[in-house]
Structure formats: structure tokens, C-alpha cells
Design a protein around this ligand. Structure first.
Ligand code: B12
Ligand code: SF4
Length: 498
């Protein structure tokens, strides 16, 4: 069978494609887990963001797919459905499957017969997709494929859920990177790849989709497998590895052992990026942070979420931001950042502003904090993704003001607070964080001089689109007018499939 797997081209504000284009880890993992006699191609459309139509046309012509699979986040839903229409027009007999967070958490959005979706893979995909492909190939019924929803006539049947898979038994095989057919993955000019060492998390932050997706659990791959995967990524050209685990810092002794394993395996010449909890770094940073640095970690995404206690309570993120000292508990953020900085790592600061009770002052307190402490801002607005507890609260309080899902990209404020309009919240964030990004360019210059010398104009242009660095610096133009133009540009950018 010919199978074409696609990830969506839609990107968001903090990942300008000039500097960051990551492979989608799900697709290469799916490709590695179907039977090897199938012909499979993986195409990350982020690599062809401005030529989506031409790229899809060419891929369909070249691969003549019998089955197309799309990986979809909520803000990418519209693009995914448009791509399915295009694929169907090009190849009428093709069958289309969708998977990932959005189809798993909002399957009803994909069941309209006009949408063109034949199969929805809910939750973890490797075993379900493999079983689906086998059943299609052999002409078997689909009733027994756990985790699958499928079109039957004009309706959709939803099979039982597939239990979350323990990764320890080796049933999920390594990703197949040879299946990738587009080139150009980059992290600030260095080739990048993604590797998983674990899945799941036992916390229950109210904004996070993961709990609804897979429940509260944590499963790990054996280190041998992880190191083989890293070597494979390196052999495919990667010099930077993003460990995409949901929460690798859930088990700190294991994470420390992983750092040692990376060093002992001689894989510490690569650079690593990772997401971490502030409490884990703050409470264990004295030993963990030096080890991370020795293993090659350079950028750490810290889930700070908010520096104010009331907001942390709303986000249910207090426990993971707690520092314990002599029986006292404090906010862990500054201690965590200090450990990372002392060991030469950059902090990507994940903050969420615009929560229901936020005022101008509470948002400004977070932005000022980010300016003081964070190297690169990853400041977002709370976004009501399907199935999260936070979504229910925003809906119950009547605070959702925008239902256009393509704008649910994290940096468009689609909810207001009790005290501020959504647009004002977004303006405050936009206005503040451009300067943190500009400041970080010096560090990027040290990290990747050639890349910055080639691209600094485009990078600056992206950060200040709608206006310009100089007019903003010298305050030559009304910031609100520039913000209006920025929003118009952003809106136009979202038409990925022209
Ligand atoms: C790593 C990661 C990223 C990386 C992405 C790297 C990459 N290119 O893949 C970065 C940092 C770039 C990123 C950015 C964003 N992310 Co992100 N990210 C994650 C994270 C931590 C892990 C995803 C991952 O790779 N897992 C490993 C793979 C193997 O698992 P998987 O993706 O779940 O795929 C499995 C199944 O879903 C399924 N599957 C997936 N696709 C398909 C397709 C088919 C055909 C089939 C059959 C099955 C299938 O099978 C896979 C294997 O089991 C998750 C979850 C979390 N804890 O926060 C969030 C998450 C996916 N991100 C999310 C979001 C919203 C974003 C952003 C918009 C920013 C933001 N607001 O947080 C941006 C947008 C990215 C962009 N395109 O510009 C949301 C999605 C919510 C939703 N309902 O859509 C999540 C769930 C976090 C959350 N907020 O709850 N992200
Ligand atoms: S700690 Fe991270 S992965 Fe776990 S529930 Fe919270 S945001 Fe999600």
C-alpha cells in the first residue's frame, strides 16, 4: 500500500520558520511501526509553508497514495480539512485518516461526510494505525481495531479506546526517518530532530491537553532504545536534538541517569533542547543542571506558567512550581532559572497571561518578570482547547470571545479576563515581548554566528512585522496602529492553502 503522512504547515508566533522548523515526531514513529513492505512517505508541511498546494499536488502525483494520514492540532483543523479536499480532488479513490491531539479530543469535528475523513485514530497511534493498515490490506473488518473511529455509510462508528501503551515492552518500534521526503529542518541554523524518551505526565494542569488525551500516567523507553534513536537522528544529519517528552523531569533520578548515559555513549557533542518543570530544576538543580550541561543541553523550556499564586491556582500549576526549603514552600522559578544560567543554559520562559481574574497589573507583573529573568519568551494566552478543565471554566464564565479555531495558536488572545478585553491582553504581551526577543539575538549570534549574520534582517523583520525595529525603538509611531497591522499580517499568514 502507498501511504502518505502529512503534518500541517500552520506555525505560531514564537516559532518563526526562518529559525525553527522541527520534524513532527508522531509521523516518523507511525512510519516506523507499519509493516515494512508498505511504501511510506512523511512530509512535514512546515518545510513548505509558502507552497503547500504545489507540494501536496507533487506528493500525491509522485506517491499515488492509497491512504493519507494527517497529524492535526486544534488550530490546524481548518488547514487539515482543506488539504483533505485537495487530496481527494487529486485522487478520488484515496482514503484519509486523521490523528493527533485535535482528532483525538474532538473526533466529532471530523465526522461530517462532506469533510472527507474516513478514519480517526484516537490517542497513541502506532499500534492502531498499523492495525488499520493491516485490516485495509487484508480486506478485514475494522470492528476490532481499538482506538479507531471509522466511516460506515453516512455515519461514523467509534470502537473502544485503546489502553495507553506501556513503552517498556519494546512493542513500539523506532521511528523511520528514511521515510521523510522534504528537507530543511533547523534550529537556528543547525539541523534538528526530535526524540522521545518517555510519554505522559501525572500532573493535571488545567490548560494542558495531555490528561484528557491519555490520563495521568508516565511510561519510559529503555535507555538503549533512546541512545539508538539519538544515533539514528545524528546519522540522518541532526546536530540538535529536541527531547519532546511530555514531562521528562517527572522522574529526576532517571533524567540524571539519562544525562550520564548520553555522556557515556559519547553523544554529548550534540546539543539538546528539553521542556522541564521549574520545581524539578529548582529542587534538584545543584546536581541536575551541571549534568545537563555536560550532556549537551543548551535550551530549556521552563513551564513557569505564571508568577502569581492566584493564577497558578487557576492553572492548577502550583505544585509543579514549588520550591521546598526547610519546610517552607516558595515559588521555584527564580531558583530554577539561576541553576540553569549558572550552568550556561538558556531559559525559554513559558508563561500564560490573560487568565480569568487577570488585571492589567497582574499581566504587567508577569511581563516585567519575563523581561528580567527569561532569555527567550514563550508567553501565551490561555487557549480553550477541546476537553481541558480550563476550557470548561472559561465557557462557564462566558469569557470565550473568539471561536475561530485557526486563531487558537496560543499567541492570539481568544478569551478575555473579567477585567480586560482580549485584544488589550494580547497587545500588552505583544508590546513587551518583542524586546526580550531582540535582546536574545546577541546570544543567538554567539550560538550560531553564521545563521544570524545571514538572517538577522529577516529575524528582526519577523519580530517587528507591522512596523519596524527603529520606529518602535524611537517611538516614532503609535504602537496600537502597528499592533493593528501586525494582526492583519498574522491573519493573512494563516491562509496556508491558497
Ligand atoms: C513537542 C511539542 C511541541 C513542539 C513540536 C515539535 C514537532 N514539530 O513535533 C513545539 C515546541 C514546536 C510545539 C509547538 C506548539 N505546540 Co506543542 N507540544 C509538544 C508536546 C510536548 C509533545 C508532542 C510530541 O511530539 N509527542 C510525541 C509524539 C510521538 O506523540 P503525539 O504527537 O501525541 O503523537 C501520537 C498521537 O497523537 C498520534 N498521532 C499524532 N499524529 C497522528 C497522525 C496520524 C495520521 C495518526 C494515525 C496518529 C497520529 O500518534 C502519535 C504516536 O503515538 C505536546 C504535549 C504536551 N505534553 O505538552 C504539545 C502539544 C501537542 N502542543 C500544543 C500546542 C497548542 C502547540 C503550539 C500551538 C504552542 C502552544 N500553544 O503550546 C505550538 C504550535 C506548533 C507549530 N506548528 O508552530 C498542544 C496541542 C493542543 C491541541 N488540542 O491542539 C499540546 C498538546 C500541548 C498542550 N498545550 O496541551 N509543541
Ligand atoms: S506538568 Fe506539563 S505535561 Fe504535565 S500536566 Fe502540566 S503542563 Fe501538562
Amino acid at each position: 500500500m502507498n501511504i502518505l503522512l502529512l503534518s500541517m504547515p500552520d506555525s505560531f508566533e514564537h516559532m518563526p520558520t526562518i529559525g525553527i522548523r522541527m520534524p513532527n515526531g508522531a509521523l516518523s514513529s507511525l512510519a516506523g511501526n507499519i509493516d515494512p513492505h508498505h511504501r511510506v512517505a512523511v512530509a512535514d508541511l512546515i518545510l513548505a509553508q509558502r507552497e503547500v498546494r504545489a507540494t501536496v499536488e507533487q506528493l500525491v502525483r509522485e506517491w499515488q497514495p492509497d491512504l493519507v494520514g494527517l497529524s492535526v492540532m486544534t488550530f490546524q483543523r481548518g488547514t487539515a480539512l482543506r488539504i483533505i479536499q485537495l487530496v481527494r480532488a487529486l485522487r478520488p479513490g484515496v482514503r484519509c485518516a486523521v490523528g493527533g491531539y485535535d482528532p483525538s479530543l474532538a473526533p466529532e469535528a471530523y465526522t461530517d461526510p462532506a469533510g472527507g475523513v474516513d478514519f480517526i485514530v484516537r490517542g497513541e497511534g502506532e499500534l492502531t494505525f498499523c492495525a488499520l493498515v493491516r485490516a485495509l490490506e487484508r480486506g478485514h473488518g475494522l470492528e476490532d481495531v481499538a482506538g479507531l473511529s471509522w466511516r460506515a455509510g453516512d455515519g461514523f462508528l467509534h470502537n473502544a479506546n485503546r489502553p495507553v501503551h506501556g513503552l517498556e515492552d519494546g512493542a513500539v518500534r523506532l521511528p523511520n526517518r528514511d521515510a521523510r521526503v522534504l528537507q530543511g529542518y533547523t534550529f537556528l541554523g543547525r539541523p534538528v530532530d526530535v526524540v522521545e524518551t518517555s510519554r505522559g505526565c501525572t500532573f493535571d494542569c488545567s490548560f494542558c491537553s495531555i490528561i484528557e488525551m491519555r490520563g495521568r500516567n508516565f511510561h519510559t523507553y529503555a535507555f538503549d532504545r533512546v541512545l539508538t534513536d539519538i544515533r539514528d537522528a545524528r546519522e540522518h544529519g541532526a546536530r540538535v536534538i529536541f527531547l519532546v517528552d511530555d514531562n521528562i523531569t517527572l522522574n529526576v533520578p532517571r533524567f540524571e541517569a539519562l544525562c550520564r548515559a548520553i555522556i557515556n555513549a559519547g553523544l554529548d557533542h550534540l546539543h539538546y533542547l528539553v521542556q522541564a518543570m521549574t520545581s524539578a530544576i529548582a529542587n534538584h538543580g545543584a546536581t541536575l543542571a551541571p549534568l545537563m550541561r555536560r550532556a549537551g543541553f543548551r535550551y530549556v523550556f521552563l513551564g513557569i506558567e505564571n508568577i502569581l499564586d492566584d493564577d497558578l491556582q487557576f492553572l492548577r500549576a502550583r505544585a509543579k512550581n514549588t520550591l521546598r526549603t526547610n519546610g517552607r514552600t516558595d515559588n521555584a522559578t527564580i531558583t530554577a532559572i539561576e541553576h540553569l544560567h549558572r550552568n550556561g543554559m538558556y531559559v525559554v520562559g513559558g508563561l500564560i497571561v490573560g487568565n480569568p481574574d487577570d488585571t492589567r497589573e497582574s499581566i504587567e507583573a508577569n511581563l516585567t518578570f519575563a523581561y528580567r529573568w527569561v532569555d527567550y519568551p514563550y508567553i501565551q494566552h490561555p487557549t480553550p482547547y477541546p476537553g481541558t478543565p480550563m476550557t470548561k471554566e472559561f465557557r462557564d464564565r462566558g469569557l470565550i470571545i473568539n471561536e475561530r479555531l485557526e486563531e487558537y495558536d496560543g499567541t492570539t488572545a481568544v478569551v478575555r479576563s473579567e477585567h480586560l478585553e482580549a485584544e488589550e491582553i494580547e497587545f500588552l504581551r505583544w508590546q513587551a515581548e518583542r524586546w526580550i526577543k531582540v535582546r536574545h539575538m546577541r546570544a543567538v549570534l554567539r550560538y550560531s554566528p553564521g545563521f544570524v549574520l545571514r538572517n538577522w534582517r529577516t529575524m528582526l523583520g519577523h519580530t517587528f512585522r507591522g512596523g519596524s525595529f527603529w520606529t518602535s525603538l524611537l517611538r516614532l509611531e503609535d504602537e496600537r496602529r502597528v499592533f493593528g497591522r501586525y494582526r492583519a499580517i498574522r491573519e493573512a499568514e494563516r491562509a496556508y492553502l491558497r
